[in-house]
Structures are given as C-alpha cells and as structure tokens.
Design a protein around this ligand. Structure first.
Ligand code: MHF
Ligand code: KIV
Ligand code: MG
Length: 282
C-alpha cells in the first residue's frame, strides 16, 4: 500500500497535473468506509445511490437530506485519509438559495463531509457560486443525472449527438467557472469524456465515461457484487461478495436446523459444583 496522506481538493488538482488517476468509490456505512479508506481510496462518495443499493427504492428520488446525513456520519467516523463527498439529494438544492445553503451546511456540520455533489448543468452556476463563497467545496455531476431519471426516460447514455455533446462541454466549462473542484461524468461516450477532461483544469471523475477521465468512481455494491439489482455495462466486478454471503447464510441455516451449530465450543460454561447446587435447590 502506498504511503498515506490526507487528501484535499489541492491534492486532486495536483494528481490531474501529474497524470495520476484518482480513485473514488461509494460507501454508505462505517465498515465499508473503513475498508475503502484503508485500501487507499482517495475519494469516498456517500452517493444518493444509497436509496437504491441500501434502502431498496427503485430510483434515487425518495432519498432525503436526513438519509444522506445519517449515512455520511457513519462514513466520516471511519475515514482517516479519504476525502468524503456527499450527494445533495433530489430537489434539496433547487428550491431556493437559503434551503440549498442550509442543506449543504448540515451535510458539512452534522455529517462532517468535505464536499457536496450536485447534479446538473450551467443552471446551477449561481447556487454553486454561493456555496463556494461559503467555503464549501462543490463537486459537479453531468451526463446521466439519475435524479432526472423520469425526465430522461431511463438510465441511458447521454451526449451521443454533436448537439448534446456540445451542451455537456459547455456545462462543464460553466461549472468550472462557477468554482466546482471536480466533475463527475456519468454515462457519456468515452470520446466526449476525453474532450471534456482535456478542456478542464479541474479533475473529471468518470463512471461509464471511459478510460480518459482523471479519475474513476464505481458504486460499492456493483464493484463487489453485493446484491446490486442493476448490472450496467460500465461495471467490472472485483469480488462476488453477495454469493459468499448467501452461501454463508445457507450453511448457517442448515447447521441450525441439524443442530450442528452451536456446539459447546461456541457456548459458555459454569462450574459443575454450581450446576449441582442449582439442581439440588430446584
Ligand atoms: N447499483 C447502482 N449503480 C450505479 O451505478 C447507480 C445506481 N445503482 N443508482 C443510481 C445510478 C443509476 N445508474 C445507472 C443505472 C443503470 C444504467 C444502465 O443500465 N445503463 C445501460 C445503458 C443503456 C444505454 O445504452 O443507453 C447499460 O447497459 O449500461 C446506468 C446507470 C448509475 N447509478
Ligand atoms: C454514481 C455516483 C456518481 C453517484 O452519484 C451515486 O453513487 O449516487
Ligand atoms: Mg448520486
């Protein structure tokens, strides 16, 4: 494992300059965040994908700010070096300036996140400027923006036409100008992700955006195959944890049913004389 240091927004700009890819992974709880941090993940994302992979909703839309803060607290108790970014959930940054600033402040003060992430294009520039002026690092997110799933008509690749691609490049530049510290590119053609990454000074973090982004992010449950119900093309499984867990549950159930578990090896004992005394008295 490489030598550990605390990661900051400055680290990520330096990494981009040096051509060193940035590793980001999602985590939603203490044990996962601890393992990600120990494994050297430079950024940990408390994604609103938690609504789908942890809470069982079929989109990220029902996720609340309280949900995000609850999970962020668990994650930041575990991380020593990783830079923790928390998604602002559906609509929490679109109702008004005051509500957005309050939402982000809660994520920072209660959740102890280091940055917030917002989905959207240049329309968010004014609010991003406010957040940045307030001292909050902001991560952008364009391309497939799951909080707009019902408008997009599904989880589809974005920016395939010249027109759509030009709009995404324009958004990326505008968001950089507004002060974001990095930009997630989700489900866009790899050539477009490369162009955007070349044009920006801040690092891009890709998911389904090809090899030429400045960093990569994957959802934890996809990466280790932990009962994730979706299997997009961009996912590469690095473990089959779900299968292992299911096998363990089945073996445990079998051993309980057949009284193979527990044995005395897993039990507590009292002295023989004590048990005799007990039987004598009753
Ligand atoms: N487990 C999980 N992983 C994710 O990456 C993720 C979530 N959940 N929830 C929130 C969003 C939703 N995401 C998704 C979900 C599905 C596809 C998907 O199936 N995409 C198709 C592309 C279809 C097309 O060609 O346009 C694919 O085959 O990859 C992509 C991103 C990404 N995020
Ligand atoms: C897919 C990533 C980028 C995300 O926003 C999430 O996990 O919620
Ligand atoms: Mg998200």
């Amino acid at each position: 494992m490489s030598k550990k240091k605390k990661y900051t927004t400055a680290t990520f700009r330096e990494m981009k300059k040096a051509g060193e890819p940035i590793v980001m992974v999602t985590a939603y709880d203490y044990p996962t965040a601890k393992l990600a941090d120990e494994a050297g993940a430079e950024m940990v994302l408390v994604g609103d994908s938690l609504g789908m992979v942890v809470l069982g909703f079929d989109s990220t839309i029902p996720v609340t700010l309280d949900d995000m803060i609850h999970h962020t607290k668990a994650v930041t108790r575990a991380t020593k070096n990783s830079f923790v970014v928390t998604d602002l959930p559906f609509m929490s940054y679109r109702i008004g300036t005051e509500e957005t600033l309050k939402s982000a402040a809660r994520v920072m003060q209660e959740g102890l996140a280091k940055a917030v992430k917002l989905e959207g294009g240049s329309e968010l520039c004014p609010i991003i400027e406010q957040l940045v002026q307030g001292g909050i690092p902001v991560v952008g997110h364009i391309g497939l923006t799951p909080q707009s799933v019902f408008q997009l008509g599904g989880y589809k690749v974005q920016g395939k036409s010249a027109e759509d691609a030009a709009k995404l490049l324009e958004d990326a530049l505008a968001l950089q100008e507004a002060g974001i510290c990095s930009l997630v590119l989700e489900c866009v053609p790899h050539q477009l992700a490369r162009l955007i990454s070349e044009k920006l000074e801040i690092p891009t973090i890709g998911i389904g955006a090809g090899p030429d982004c400045d960093g990569q992010v994957l959802v934890f449950h996809d990466l280790v195959q932990y009962a994730s119900s979706i299997q997009p093309k961009f996912v590469k499984p690095y473990a089959a944890v779900g299968d292992d867990i299911k096998r363990a549950f089945m073996q445990y159930a079998k051993e309980v049913k057949t009284r193979q578990f527990p044995t005395l090896e897993h039990s507590f004992t009292m002295k023989d004389e004590t048990i005799q005394q007990l039987y004598g008295e009753n």
